[in-house]
Design a protein around this ligand. Sequence first.
Ligand code: PEP
Length: 250
Amino acid sequence: MSVRPLVAGNWKMNGTRSALKELGLMAEGYDAALRASVDLMICPPAPLVFLAAGAAIGTRIGIGAQDCHAEASGAFTGEVSAEMIADAGAGAVIVGHSERRQYFKETDAVVEAKARAAIRAGLAAIVCVGETREEREAGKTLGVVGRQVARSVPEGATPATVIVAYEPVWAIGTGLTPTTADIAEVHALIRKKLVGRHGKQAAGIRILYGGSVKPANAKELMAVPNVDGALVGGASLKAADFLAIAAAYR
Ligand code: PEP
């Protein structure tokens, strides 16, 4: 099955309104040739989602958020629901990023509930999985990632509702990446798990690779079997770098 790739940018806790000029530059560089071959998405911090969604109208660049609460509304001071994110004009939300799992102690059950909330609100859930350095060194990568996919991706996942991002924790922000053979092995496992549980149509669920994707390595990483795009952190903050990564699909 041919899967339309997606290059998504996670701005993390970076950027104020002035950063939206980068979104404008991305839109300028997202020319017909790129639009024909790859989807683009930017996930800015929550206060920018509404403005970014407005700025992205007519550009075909999607806007996503970086996290959501599992409940639709209620007494959860400081939290943002998937319904609010959808109402702000976004089309997706990242859930279970390793920084959420690590610093905010989010378990697979919490991530799954957030992914279900995203789907309930009409958003695509970008479900992140990935092993730590210790887990890789102990030979536990496939077990850990397999378990995270089984427990974090909700029942009934489809290509429209779920995107999986494989992000080895030790590769995020470090400049390190797994070998292409290692990435291929993990992505094949994720694909097998998805199809095994969600049926044939799960062959169309996008599986992104994330972790130190840069213009210099994008082409090699994006050519790995079952890699249907990238989730990009640091290199998504500047339009020139982000577009250079997307150009791997030109
Ligand atoms: C991320 O945090 O999702 C990420 C992939 O970061 P970076 O590209 O900076 O490694």
